[in-house]
Design a protein around this ligand. Structure first.
Ligand code: R1P
Ligand code: URA
Length: 253
């Protein structure tokens, strides 16, 4: 696919071309930007616009940008699209996902692809078009994950727009509907669910970029149990290291 039109300053994230690096890490939570910056040197924080925070820093001699999109596929793809228009061709989303057995709370889950139940990816390509992660990037991530002491799983994610209607039930009535969806998810052998991966993988292919998703499994799909904050903080630091190592290694496109 050909690359999208290029720009020197992105509309929503507000970054100029000289403020971004050669690869990008996309996070949801804006609080992760200051924390990932601690894992890089020579950091530059881009002026925040619309709550979209961006930092660029050096890791292993490469400039890497991290931007926080907040939540959900529409804004995640806007951020990817704008960084791509600034010249970035390598993307990794890192964050959290709901775990589907055999993945357990605290495991890493790597998306080889994703079921497209999001509403944004059809604006990039029809539903028959697969949402597949970049093979080289995932090989690099697999090698790095193999060196970690944590359990990890690679497989297909499911990406959904409705957090309280498709993933996490607050009421008993919703719980029954969501449990029925979870039965399908288990039958299909998905390893995790989130709100962005299928849109990002589809958009990246169309934009001529490579992309993948690496998450910590933070909510158990069957029980709705959540990971505790101390373990999450530890896993987040490990996830930053794995992601930055992979993005400093991967090159080209
Ligand atoms: O990966 P993080 O930023 O934690 O985000 C995850 O949590 C949010 C709510 O489900 C969604 O954006 C989802 O993908
Ligand atoms: O339950 C969860 C946890 C993280 N991310 C999601 O999209 N869902």
């Amino acid at each position: 696919m050909s690359a999208e039109q290029q720009t020197n300053r992105a509309w929503y994230i507000g970054a100029r071309r000289d403020e971004v690096g050669e690869a990008a890490i996309l996070v949801g939570d804006p609080a992760r930007i200051a924390r990932i910056a601690e894992h890089m040197s020579d950091v530059h924080f881009v002026s925040e616009q619309r709550g979209l925070k961006t930092v660029t820093g050096t890791r292993g001699g490469r400039r890497i940008t991290a931007t926080a999109f907040g939540m959900g596929a529409p804004i995640a793809t806007i951020v990817m699209h704008e960084l791509n228009a600034l010249g970035i061709r390598n993307f990794l989303r890192i964050g959290t996902a709901m775990a589907v057995a055999p993945a357990k709370l605290g495991d890493f889950v790597l998306a080889d692809g994703a079921l497209r139940a999001d509403g944004t990816s059809p604006s990039y390509a029809p539903l028959g078009f697969p949402a597949i992660a970049d093979f080289d990037l995932n090989l690099t991530l697999r090698e790095r994950l193999a060196d970690s002491t944590r359990a990890w799983h690679a497989g297909i994610f499911g990406t959904y727009d409705g957090f309280y209607t498709e993933m996490f039930a607050l009421s008993g009535e919703r719980r029954e509907m969501i449990d029925a969806l979870k039965d399908d998810i288990r039958r299909l052998g998905l390893i995790g669910t989130d709100m962005e991966t299928s849109a990002l993988l589809t958009a990246a292919r169309i934009l001529g970029a490579r992309a993948s998703t690496l998450c910590v499994a933070t909510v158990d799909a069957a029980t709705q149990e959540k990971i505790d904050d101390a373990l999450m903080a530890e896993l987040e630091r490990e996830m930053f290291e794995i992601a930055l190592d992979a993005m400093q290694t991967i090159s080209g496109l």
